[in-house]
Design a binder for this molecule. Structure first.
Ligand code: GLY
Length: 338
C-alpha cells in the first residue's frame, strides 16, 4: 500500500463525536489527542511490539496482550479492569488500544465498563480494524455460544488509522481485511474494489460513519454493515476461529448473494457478482468442507439480529436490508449451492 496524505473522517453520534484520521504516521498524533482530552495518564493496552508504540505525552503504563478472537473473553475484560484499578486509573485519565479488531473490541469494552466509562482512543493496526472494528463504538467479547454476544456501545474519543502498521501485517491478516471491503460493494460503495487500497480504506470508513450517524444503536440501517456476517460469525464459531473474521465474512457475502437469489430477490447475474467481487480480492468464496448445515443453521439462529427466525441482511430491489423469518429450506438450498 502506498503512502497516503492523511485524511480525516468525522463521526458524529449521540454517544460522542470524533475524528478518524487515516494516513501514514498518524499514530504520532496521539500526544495531541491525549492533550485534547486533558488526560493525566494513559493505560496503553497493546498487542504490538514496543517500537511501534507512539509517545502519549503523559505518564503511561503499557499493558500487553495478544490479538485474537480466543482472547476476547469476559475474564480478559476483568483482568484488564483489575490492571486499571491497580495502577489507579481514573475517569480523568484515558485508555489507548493498539492492535487488531479483537483488541479494539476487548479494550473498548473494558474502557466502557471501568468506572462506568473512561475515554478510549483506538490505534487499529490491522486493515480489518481500520476499515470496520475500531469505528462506530461497538465493543464486545465472545461467549462459548457465539461471537460478540456480550458488549456495549462506547464511542472512542478518536481513532488513528496509521497506514504504516499495515506494512507489518502477514498476508493472511491483510487479506482478512479485504473481506470487510468486499461487502462495501453491496451496501453503498459499488466499485470500491477497483480503487487503490488507501482510498478503499477512506471510503469504507466514510460509509460506516454515514451509517452509524443515522443509526448508532443498530435499530435498523446499521444492520447493513453486517452484510455477510450472519453466516460469517457462524463460520468463525464453527471453525474455532480458524477462519479469520474477514475470510468468514467473504464466504458469508457470497452466501448472502446465493440466498437472495434463492429467494428471488436478485438476478442470477447479481448472485454471480457477489462471487466475482469477493474473488477479486482473492478471498475464499465457499463454505469449508466438513461444516454441516445443521450446525451452521443452529449458530445462525443465535445471531443477535435473529429476533424473528433466521435473519439475514440481503440484497434486493431496494438494496441491502434486514430480512426476518427466512425459510430454513431456502438457507439449506443456498448452503448446498457452490
Ligand atoms: N461491524 C458492524 C458494525 O459496526 O455495526
Amino acid at each position: 500500500m502506498g503512502a497516503v496524505e492523511p485524511a480525516t473522517v468525522a463521526v458524529r453520534t449521540e454517544g460522542g463525536s470524533y475524528p478518524v484520521v487515516i494516513g501514514a504516521g498518524v499514530r504520532h498524533r496521539l500526544p495531541g489527542v491525549i492533550a485534547g482530552l486533558r488526560a493525566g495518564r494513559v493505560a496503553l493496552v497493546s498487542a504490538r511490539p514496543e517500537e511501534w508504540l507512539p509517545d502519549t505525552g503523559v505518564p503511561t503504563t503499557v499493558i500487553r496482550l495478544e490479538d485474537g478472537e480466543r482472547g476476547k473473553t469476559l475474564s480478559a475484560v476483568e483482568a484488564l479492569c483489575e490492571r486499571f484499578a491497580e495502577i489507579g486509573l481514573s475517569r480523568a485519565d484515558a485508555v489507548v488500544s493498539c492492535g487488531g479488531g479483537s483488541t479494539t473490541d476487548l479494550v473498548g469494552l473494558a474502557a466502557a465498563l471501568y468506572h462506568r466509562g473512561v475515554p478510549v482512543v483506538h490505534l487499529p493496526t490491522t486493515l480489518l480494524a481500520q476499515v470496520d472494528a475500531s469505528v462506530g463504538g461497538k465493543t464486545g467479547v465472545n461467549l462459548r455460544q457465539g461471537k460478540n454476544l456480550v458488549g456495549t456501545y462506547w464511542q472512542p474519543a478518536a481513532v488513528l488509522c496509521d497506514q504504516e502498521f499495515l506494512s507489518t501485517l502477514p498476508q493472511r491478516e491483510l487479506a482478512s481485511g479485504y473481506g470487510e471491503l468486499a461487502r462495501c460493494h453491496f451496501i453503498g460503495e459499488p466499485g470500491l474494489y477497483r480503487l487503490p487500497l488507501a482510498e478503499q480504506v477512506r471510503r469504507s470508513v466514510a460509509l460506516k460513519a454515514r451509517v452509524v450517524e443515522l443509526d448508532e444503536r443498530d435499530s435498523g440501517l446499521r444492520h447493513v454493515l453486517n452484510y455477510g456476517h450472519t453466516l460469517g460469525h457462524a463460520l468463525e464459531t464453527a471453525t474455532g476461529f480458524e477462519l479469520r473474521h474477514g475470510e468468514a465474512v467473504a464466504i458469508g457475502t457470497v452466501f448472502a448473494g446465493r440466498l437472495a437469489g434463492v429467494l428471488g430477490r436478485i438476478t442470477a447475474d447479481r448472485v454471480a457478482e457477489h462471487r466475482d467481487v469477493v474473488a477479486s480480492y482473492r478471498l475464499p468464496v465457499d463454505v469449508p468442507a466438513g461444516l454441516g448445515a445443521d450446525e451452521l443453521i443452529g449458530l445462525m439462529r443465535r445471531d443477535k439480529k435473529a429476533t424473528r427466525g433466521l435473519t439475514f441482511v440481503l440484497d434486493g430491489p431496494s438494496g441491502a436490508e434486514l430480512v426476518h423469518e427466512v425459510p430454513e429450506e431456502a438457507v439449506r438450498t443456498a448452503l448446498s449451492t457452490g
